[in-house]
Design a protein around this ligand. Structure first.
Ligand SMILES: *Cc1c(COP(=O)(O)O)cnc(C)c1O
Length: 403
């Protein structure tokens, strides 16, 4: 494959050919050209960030159907802001104390099967996660890992929210969790960081009754890597903004945008809040707006065809290779894009799957394939962050190790 040199070559840092999908640790997605252009223009002039947040919020609210929207530097950052909003509400004293929560309710109830590494973001705001249910998915009795009554049972005076990690296979259904939480007057925070496309999912969880939903701006939306979207009820977005915006202001001349909050309804100016380390610049905000607009205009069928054509290159390229079988799984079930699963028979192939995936990563450029199923002897090729020539290159390198 012709290899175009990149800025990473100039820096002496190995490039990555990304066949793993939108993974942050290898650079997320390919940012849209529209977003790059918008960011570079944003860098040329100044703007008040709160004004720009209002504009981004309008777009977020239009595309999600939520009352309001906000942007921070990643979906995980938005999870932290959501937790901070649920804990502090409009109370300036609590805002100033976070993440210290000895004196205030701070529990987020979550199904045990929804716990994951990213929920550290809730705890970073001062929340304590109370997980319920069990991991009873292997007995084959048909019992569920968490029942809605278990969530209800865990809600107390100390509860500030119910946390929900959204995947197509998440149970109990979001609607049922919302029903239980709302019965007790508690908001539901949904982590839907990687759940678009389909585009309809932008509004789906709000429609299901979620009070706050987060999406990553740097995954399939293809905005700047350091952006995340928080969509939700106006009261929570107001609290999030108060805890995120730079508050180094003089009260006498402070005129924050009324769309975000009514200054006169506050007891004073909040201090720099728990969200201050989660800031986004004008460039990222503008880049996200441009990317989100382009994402809304994108023809999803054309994109799906492109992905499938790219995967054809992979499946055809790996035909008739000893010890290798491939199969394609359609997108939309467990993942957003279709993927090719490559199964390696260690008895017949020169390398087993672990050795092959390890060897590909050590090359220059490094090749990253999806490794979630490595222990079952297979890996995946995801088309989202590949080019057609990248797909050919991956095939060529896999063949070179196995032939
Ligand atoms: C990617 C991801 C996140 C974090 O998103 P960032 O935008 O990188 O902060 C959080 N939760 C889940 C489930 C994710 O897949």
């Amino acid at each position: 494959m012709e290899y175009e040199s990149t800025i990473y070559d100039e820096l002496g840092v190995p490039n990555v050919v990304n066949a793993a999908g939108t993974k942050t640790r290898i650079g997320g997605s390919r940012i849209r050209p529209e977003a790059v252009e918008a960011m570079s223009r944003a860098a040329e002039a100044f703007v008040r960030l709160s004004d720009l947040q209002v504009r981004a919020g309008e777009l977020i609210s239009e595309v999600t159907g939520a009352e309001a929207g906000y942007v921070a530097n990643g979906a995980a950052a938005c999870m932290e802001l959501a937790a901070a909003a649920a804990i502090a509400g409009d109370d300036l004293g609590t805002m100033a104390k976070l993440p210290e929560t000895q004196d205030v309710p701070n529990e987020i109830v979550m199904s045990r099967t929804h716990r994951n590494g990213y929920d550290h973001a809730f705890r970073a705001a001062g929340a304590r996660i109370v997980d319920v249910g069990n991991n009873d998915n292997y007995l084959g009795t048909g019992s569920n890992s968490t029942e809605p009554w278990e969530i209800a049972d865990a809600i107390t005076e100390q509860t500030v929210a119910v946390g929900y990690m959204q995947k197509v296979y998440s149970t109990p259904p979001l609607e049922d969790v919302v029903e239980v939480a709302h019965e007790y007057g508690v908001p539901v925070i949904v982590d839907a960081a990687a759940e678009v496309p389909p585009r309809e999912n932008l509004s789906k969880f709000i429609e299901a009754g979620a009070d706050m939903v987060v999406f990553s701006g740097g995954k399939a939306i293809r905005g700047p890597q350091t952006t995340g979207i928080l969509a939700g009820k106006r009261d929570y977005i107001r609290s999030a903004a108060l805890q995120h915006l730079d508050m180094h202001v003089a009260e006498s001349v402070w005129e924050p945008p009324t769309e975000l909050f009514d200054k006169d309804a506050l007891d004073g100016v909040p201090r720099q809040g728990i969200g201050r380390p989660l800031k986004v610049g004008k460039e990222e905000l503008v880049g996200l707006i441009a990317a989100l607009e382009a994402f809304m205009d994108e023809d999803q069928d054309v994109l799906a065809n492109e992905w499938n054509t790219r995967l054809d290159i992979v499946s055809e390229g790996l035909e008739n290779l000893r010890g290798v079988t491939t199969r394609r799984e359609a997108g939309g079930k467990l993942m957003v894009a279709p993927e090719v699963y490559v199964e390696i028979d260690p008895e017949a192939a020169a390398l087993n799957a672990v050795e092959l995936v390890g060897a590909l990563r050590k090359e220059n450029p490094r090749i990253f394939v999806g490794s979630d199923d490595l222990l079952d002897g297979e890996f995946t090729i995801n088309p989202m962050c590949l080019s057609d020539s990248g797909a050919e290159y991956v095939v060529e390198r896999i063949r070179s190790h196995l032939v």
